[in-house]
Design a protein around this ligand. Structure first.
Ligand code: ATP
Ligand code: ZN
Length: 297
């Protein structure tokens, strides 16, 4: 393969993962010029380009070295790894990305008497994930028929082409609409940054490291809040005890008020009104909760 000096990331061309993946890359400071055929997006600032493809093709493109990284559901990545595609073993999850959450589950008709995986013996199970389902059935020691369908798995029992299904579930609404009941979770999934276990040793490897650092910052601050408040030195201990998690607060003097301190604390998650009221009762005032936009540790 021709050597490349620009990093290439595969992501879903159009679907559930497209918007959040682009948004995440934008937050990492990567912007792209959309090319006309929309298969390839040229990166404007950093040497990083996008390949826009069907999500199912992403693990293969990384395994073949056509792309260096990919943003794809763990379900698709693990199906590829379980199916032992070429180079599949060396694919790894570099980061979980916190969107596209769903689970791969077995679901049975609501009126079926189901007590556990052993009840699947001899049944026909429709799925788009034959490798993951096959592995799970083997682990459970269950001998069942696996029927591979590309889509509309949830209607297979009604059509009589299968007895039960193994499919992605998010809210469960689709299952209920098809008179199905979720029984076993095979995999908890979300979008992940996938890539080969060993990074390229050229400039692309350096770019991956830079991207990972920025991603960590973005993921960390996505939920972070900066809490600012004033407190007297006498209330400081009581106030500090109530601060929601995170690193040690920073204390600053308040000009002209030697008894007062300005406190600044990074909180790992949302700060609720209830928490603020409690902290206020302990002696704080002038409280602000600010979203964090960027962070570089
Ligand atoms: P493509 O044309 O790229 O093959 P697709 O129909 O396979 O598209 P989407 O339905 O957009 O893909 O789903 C992409 C990914 O979103 C899934 O692989 C999964 O990781 C995640 N996802 C989250 N919730 C759901 C859900 N309720 N149903 C299906 N996928 C979900
Ligand atoms: Zn797909």
């Amino acid at each position: 393969m021709k050597p490349r000096d620009r990093l290439r990331i595969a992501m879903q061309k159009s679907g559930r993962l497209t918007e959040p993946a682009l948004d995440l890359l934008n937050r990492c400071g990567l912007t792209f010029r959309q090319s006309r055929d929309k298969l390839f997006c040229f990166g404007e600032g950093e040497p990083v380009d996008l390949l826009l493809v069907r999500d199912d093709d992403i693990p293969g493109l990384i395994a073949q070295g056509v792309c260096d990284l990919g943003i794809v559901g763990r379900n698709v990545l693990n199906e590829f790894k379980n199916g032992a595609g070429n180079g599949a073993a060396s694919l790894t999850e570099w980061r979980p990305l916190g969107f596209g959450r769903c689970r791969l589950s077995v679901a049975v008709p609501q009126d079926m008497n189901y007590n556990g995986p052993e009840d699947l013996a001899g049944l026909r199970i429709a799925t788009s994930y034959p490798a993951l389902l096959g592995t799970w059935l083997r682990e459970k020691g269950v001998d069942a028929g696996v029927i591979t369908l590309a889509g509309s798995v949830e209607i297979a029992p009604k059509l009589g082409t299968a007895d039960v299904i193994c499919d992605l579930v998010q809210s469960g609404g689709t299952l209920v609409a098809n008179q199905l009941r979720e029984t076993d979770v095979l995999l908890e999934s979300e979008a992940v940054l996938a890539g080969p276990e060993t990074l390229p040793t050229d400039e692309r490897g350096d770019m991956v490291e830079l991207l990972l650092k920025r991603l960590d910052g973005v993921i960390q601050v996505r939920e972070s809040r900066l809490l600012l408040l004033q407190t007297s030195r006498t209330s400081l201990e009581a106030v500090t005890r109530l601060l929601p998690g995170g690193p040690q607060p920073t204390l600053l003097p308040v000009a002209g008020q030697p008894d007062q301190l300005m406190l600044q604390a990074l909180c790992a998650g949302e700060v609720s009104w209830r928490q603020l009221e409690e902290i206020k009762k302990a002696g704080a005032r002038e409280m602000f909760v600010l979203p964090v936009e960027k962070m570089l540790a």
